[in-house]
Design a protein around this ligand. Sequence first.
Ligand code: ATP
Ligand code: MG
Length: 581
Amino acid sequence: MKQSILRWSQTHLFTLKEAPSDAEIPSHKLMMRSGFMKKLGPGLYTYGAIGLRAIRKFEEIVREELHKANGIEVLMPVVQPRELWEETDRWTQMGAGLLKFKNRNEQEFCLSATAEEAVVDYVRHELKSWRDFPKNIYQIQTKYRDEIRPRFGLMRGREFVMKDAYSFDMDQAGALKTYEDMYQAYDRIFSRLNLEFRAVQADAGNIGGSQTHEFQLLAEAGEDALLVSDKTRFAANVEVCPAIDAVPQVSNDAEKAMEKFETPNQKTIADLEAFTKIPARELVKTLYFDSNEDAKVKTLKPFAVLLRGSDEVNPIKIKNLLGMNNEPVMLTDEQVREVTGANPGSCGPVGLKIPIYADNGIMGLKNYIVGANEDHFHLRNVNHGRDFQITKTADLRMARAGDKCPESDGRLKAYRGIEVGHVFYLGQKYSKKMNGTFLDKNGKSQHYEMGCYGIGITRVVQAAIEQSHDADGIIWSKAIAPFHVHICLLDIKDEKLNGYVNEMALRFAEKGIETFIDDRDERPGVKFKDADLLGMPVRIVVGKKGFDAAQIEVVNRKTKEVEKMAPDQVMAQVEKVLATR
Ligand code: ATP
Ligand code: MG
């Protein structure tokens, strides 16, 4: 049963004045200082009694919302046999992130980093008829990933708690509907935490599906670069964000005759800008890549990409344009010489016999400068269509702050984000590899359609702190606060005060309000500091002097507002503060 009253003396809780030196970001520092958790090893933490309550409360919110999306909760093993992971080739594909080991019989296992294989194995013998669909199966379970550099506490741990869900539908329309339902469930989950978040478009990577969104909390400490509209809820990971000029650059000049000119030792765009006095956004740079992805084939398949000098290439956009599996690799200087006859810095598109992909940004330019494919020379008054042919034009540059919002006349602003959840349409990738078939209405055998949906439970709880704290400590929202009320009992031996506090906590409990009582033999100042550090939404100070004068202090942790009142008015005040949290 839920424990709604806890006394400090009944816990194992020790706060720290200073955070350990490996804690770099505010949330990590506060979690260490408040005794939320303790480090056992790199990326490994013991969650204390108070911290665990916040984690469990968040898990409950996740369960409630997933059940509305027809989620079925199960619990799969953390230890999983090699054979299962071999079925999808991920035993080797996952690389060193998958922690592997042998048992006494020399059988090989790994620790679950994710559970697509395990869940398909769980359902594949029973999901056999179209009548069995849809199914949406989830678990809240420990994951282990042997991250190279665990850091920021629970943000990038090695062992962490994840909610992972897997959906099974008989056709694509069903799968996309489930995807939408899960997207909505995620929206409700993060809204309930009162957090500033965005669902952002992200790159589908190699999982094979075609649709994915990341749920990102906006925070300085985030590892991901996002662009967010100042007008709408549009947001995208910079990796995939469409790049649209806020003011399109269009030249109406007549085409002039192309000519070669000497540019001794002018190699970079910055060099050229200084040398020609022409701004980088009107210069054109040429980059060279290899599209060969077959390790057995040694010959290059070079291609060139043209961009304005002021723009940065986005390799993920090239990868997607060319349908490659990975981002293309840039040619070495040696290879560039082979392809163009000149050193990088003097190369350009004129006369090249390889495919040339141009970023949209150069389409409006005329009479521009490019490398001449001859060391220390450039060409001026170059025009595409006349002097060289473009194979394909596309959006190939990195979007940046100030670009146009793709869905309104607003502008994009740059933010950092913490990825707290991920929804992914998988298609038939796993059902094909693991022989997951069913008989459709016509009695025909089909592979089912899947989606996978993760939430980093422990990462979210830390991210919530990262978004809501002040110089003195954590500021919990009511939704996941370990307790709602923190009572600082000042005269711990006073029977009358103890009686009052006990009775008050019981009355709170009847209303679902949970109380933590600091009954330590400590000075008031120490208690107040720790109450701020632990961050429950309401603090009540009960001391002999205040009690006798009918002056009980009720403090709003977030606003620091202090109200003093007679004992019988405390309940109403607590409810009032909680209603705002
Ligand atoms: P990241 O890019 O941050 O490594 P991921 O793309 O590997 O994340 P998924 O495989 O989609 O993550 O896992 C689902 C969720 O699990 C993520 O959205 C994130 O919230 C959480 N998560 C992933 N790795 C970690 C980790 N090392 N520590 C804590 N949470 C994690
Ligand atoms: Mg990862």
